[in-house]
Write a protein that binds this ligand. Structure first.
Ligand SMILES: Cc1cc2nc3c(=O)[nH]c(=O)nc-3n(C[C@H](O)[C@H](O)[C@H](O)COP(=O)(O)OP(=O)(O)OC[C@H]3O[C@@H](n4cnc5c(N)ncnc54)[C@H](O)[C@@H]3O)c2cc1C
Length: 482
C-alpha cells in the first residue's frame, strides 16, 4: 500500500500551524483537523454571555468565540472532579482565544527540550512580538525584531514608576511580551468578549498563508496504525462517516489532551496513567485608591499590560504573573462580586473600576500524583490534586502594597489545575525515552514514524506561559522532517 502524502499533521493550533509553516514549500503535506470556524459573528451583546460551568475564562464565553470549544465536550470529553479541562476542535485551536503572552523558556526551564533559540527567532519573526527590553529582558529573552509595546493605562504606568523607586527584593516588573503587531492593534473596550483582534497572532492566519498545504477540516482523528509504507490514521467525520488517511510520517499536534487520547487509543491502552501538568493561577484584584472615580484615560490595551516575575530566592519557587486593566471585560462581569442591588453595584463599579488592576499569577508545575487515563468509553479521566498556597497569597498582597496598590488576601481567587489552560507533560521528551515518551526529534518511542510536537513534550512547567515554546519546538521538530 502506498503512502498518500509525505507528512500528515493532526491539529491546526499553535503547534500544528508552526509545524506546517516549517514544512512550507514542501510537497505532500496535509493537515487533518476538526476545524470549526466562527460563523461570522464578531462582537456580542452582554446579554449573550454564557455563564457558569467550564469553559471558565471570559474569553471563551461569548457567542463570537463559541466555535472555539464547540463539540469538544461531546466528541472528546474529559471527565474529572479536579481538572475542568478546556479543549478546542477549532481551526487555530485555543490560539483563537489566547492572550498572546510569549516568553522564552531560559536554561533550566526547558526540561528535556534542546536549545530552541533559532526556532524562537523564526517563530518570532513570523508571528510578530511586541514588548520592551526592560528589566524583564533577561527573563524573557531577546527577540530579533521587537515591536513597540502596546499602550498601557494610568495604573500600570503608576505601578512601573513605583517599582523603579521601590525595587522590592526578588521582584521584577516590566512591559508584557505579546504576539501582537502593535502598530495594527485596535484599542477597544470589552475585548475579552469579542473575536480576537486581527493584530494578535492567530494560527489560522498561518494556514491561510500556505497555498501548498492540503488543509482537511471536518475530521476527528481517533487512532493511528503503523504499516510498512508509513502510518494510517482513522478519523471520524463531523458530518458522519469514517475515513482512513495515509502518510509516510505523522505529526500529532492535537493539543496535549487530545494527542494523549489518540496515542492511548492507538494502543487500546485503558490502564496507563500518563503524567499531566498545568499552571494553576492565583488571581488578585489590586486597587490604586487615587484612581477611584477618575474619568477616561487615553484608551489602553485590553491585553496583559505588564508582567511580574517573583524570584525563587525570596518566594521559594519562581512565579510569573500578568497584570490587566479592567477595560477588557464588561462591568457586569464584576457586578455579582458586590453586595448591593445590580443598579447600585454598577454605579459603584463605574467609580471603582478605573482604580482596579487584575493580577493573574501562574504557579509552576512538576509531575506528581496527577494523571490522565483513557477510559474504554473514549473519555479521558483526569485527576489533579492541588491546594492553594495561602502563604504565597499573603506575600503577593505585600508585594503589590509595596508597589502602591491595595490588595487583600480574602479577595484572591484561586483557579486550580485545568483552569490554567497550559496543558502539558503527558509524553515527555527525555534523553533515554521509555514507553509513552519522546526522542529528541519528537518521535514517539516504539514507533518508526509518529512524531508529537505540542505541549505533550514538556517534562515540567515553569510558571511561564508555554505556547511560544510549544511553537518553537514544533518548528524544530517539523524542520527536522524536511
Ligand atoms: C483564554 C486563553 C488564554 C490563553 N493565553 C495564553 C497566553 O497568553 N500565552 C500562552 O502561552 N498560552 C496561552 N493560552 C494557552 C494556549 O492557547 C495553548 O497553550 C495553545 O493553544 C496550545 O496549542 P496546541 O496547538 O498544542 O493545541 P490547541 O490550541 O488546543 O489546538 C488543537 C488543535 O487540534 C485539533 N484537534 C484536536 N483534537 C483533534 C482530533 N482528534 N482530530 C483532529 N483535530 C484535532 C483542533 O481542531 C485544534 O486545531 C491561553 C489559552 C486560553 C484558552
Amino acid at each position: 500500500m502506498a503512502a498518500e502524502v509525505d507528512v500528515l499533521i493532526v491539529g491546526s493550533g499553535p503547534a500544528g500551524a508552526m509545524a506546517a509553516w516549517a514544512l512550507r514549500g514542501r510537497p505532500g503535506v496535509q493537515m487533518l483537523d476538526a476545524g470549526h470556524t466562527a460563523a461570522g459573528l464578531t462582537s456580542v451583546g452582554l446579554e449573550h454571555l454564557r455563564a457558569g460551568a467550564p469553559p471558565v475564562s471570559l474569553k471563551l464565553r461569548g457567542p463570537a468565540v463559541e466555535f472555539i470549544t464547540r463539540d469538544a465536550a461531546r466528541l472528546t470529553p474529559v471527565v474529572s472532579a479536579s481538572f475542568p479541562a478546556v479543549v478546542s476542535l477549532a481551526k487555530g485551536g485555543l490560539g483563537n482565544a489566547w492572550g498572546g503572552g510569549v516568553y522564552r523558556f531560559r536554561d533550566g526551564e526547558l526540561g528535556g527540550l534542546p536549545d530552541l533559540t533559532p526556532h524562537y527567532d523564526a517563530v518570532s519573526r513570523h508571528i510578530g512580538v511586541c514588548g520592551a527590553n526592560d528589566d524583564l529582558g533577561a527573563e524573557f529573552g531577546l527577540e530579533p525584531e521587537l515591536l513597540p509595546p502596546l499602550r498601557i493605562g494610568r495604573n500600570a504606568r503608576a505601578m512601573l514608576e513605583n517599582y523603579k523607586r521601590a525595587r522590592p527584593a526578588g521582584v521584577t516588573l516590566g512591559h508584557a511580551r505579546l504576539a501582537v503587531r502593535s502598530g495594527e492593534y485596535t484599542y477597544r473596550a470589552n475585548e475579552f468578549t469579542s473575536a480576537g483582534d486581527p493584530a494578535r497572532y492567530c494560527p489560522a492566519s498561518t494556514l491561510d498563508s500556505l497555498p501548498g498545504l492540503t488543509y482537511s477540516p471536518g475530521w476527528v482523528a481517533r487512532r493511528f496504525r503503523e504499516t510498512e509504507a508509513g502510518v494510517e490514521v482513522e478519523a471520524v467525520g463531523l458530518q458522519g462517516g469514517c475515513e482512513t488517511f495515509r502518510a509516510r510520517r505523522l505529526i500529532l499536534a492535537a493539543g496535549t489532551l487530545n494527542t494523549a487520547r489518540i496515542v492511548l487509543r492507538s494502543f487500546d491502552d485503558f490502564a496507563t496513567r500518563l503524567p499531566l501538568l498545568d499552571n494553576p493561577i492565583t488571581a488578585l484584584p489590586l486597587v490604586r485608591w487615587s484612581g477611584v472615580g477618575r474619568g477616561d484615560d487615553a484608551p489602553e490595551s485590553g491585553m496583559a499590560q505588564l508582567n511580574i516575575v517573583l524570584a525563587a530566592e525570596r518566594f521559594g519557587r519562581k512565579f510569573q504573573g500578568s497584570l490587566y486593566g479592567t477595560r477588557g471585560a464588561p462591568p457586569i462581569e464584576f457586578a455579582h462580586r458586590l453586595p448591593f442591588s445590580l443598579t447600585t453595584n454598577l454605579r459603584v463599579l463605574r467609580a471603582l473600576l478605573p482604580a482596579v488592576t487584575l493580577a493573574m499569577v501562574f504557579h509552576p508545575a512538576a509531575p506528581g500524583a496527577q494523571y490522565l487515563r483513557l477510559r474504554p468509553d473514549g473519555a479521558l479521566e483526569a485527576d489533579y490534586p492541588w491546594r492553594a498556597d495561602d502563604a504565597l497569597t499573603l506575600e503577593l498582597v505585600r508585594v503589590f502594597r509595596s508597589l502602591g496598590f491595595w490588595a487583600h488576601a480574602g479577595m484572591a481567587h484561586h483557579a486550580g489545575p485545568g483552569q490554567g489552560i497550559h496543558y502539558a507533560g503527558t509524553l515527555p521528551m527525555t534523553e533515554r525515552p521509555g514507553r509513552y515518551q519522546l526522542h529528541r526529534d519528537g518521535r514517539l518511542e516504539g514507533t518508526r514514524a509518529v512524531y508529537v510536537c505540542d505541549g505533550s513534550c514538556f517534562s515540567h512547567l515553569p510558571a511561564k506561559n508555554l505556547t511560544f515554546t510549544i511553537m518553537a519546538n514544533a518548528h524544530r521538530i517539523a524542520s527536522g522532517l524536511r
